[in-house]
Design a protein. Sequence first.
Length: 195
Amino acid sequence: MSDLTQYLDYALIAMLLAVGLAIVRLRNLFAVVMLMGVYSLLSAAWFVSLDAVDVAFTEAAVGAGISTVLLLAAMLLTARESEPTKPSRHWAALAVVVAAGAALLYAVPDMPIYGDPNSPANAYVGLQYLERTPEDIAVPNVVTAVLSSYRGYDTLGETSVIFTAGLGVILLLGFGTKRRDPKTKTKPKKGKAAR
């Protein structure tokens, strides 16, 4: 008897593949940004199906939320359509991708069986978190307890990195500064509309 969530996982992987191929083929940058948001939401749904709710929350917030907003803001500074380029074949890039894919497939048999209670992820420190959380913190959700208490400084560091990256992108895009006239490369004077 098979697990029905396995078929859901296959369907989500197929949708991720279809959206990824569509992203590569499209030339409309707005459609690409929207499909990248869809890709992140599908990834988040897949993580929920795999019982990784904390990773799904981060993917939805950062991948579909913040990244989409920043990419849409960057589109304000560029054209809506990408310029057609002459197709070229990069054999070295293809060789690197094939080698990396082969290495990943070679490593798959060494991974523990999905849901194995004796796997390293479910033993050792993970088992101690499950046992000690009700006594130490009295939080019913172990994932929340781990992220906010046991690994609180790590979570604070990750949040600071994301905030700094977002702030850097905003500064690079030039929000909050006046636009310069592209012909004269000077700021427009008051009372005259910028061309």
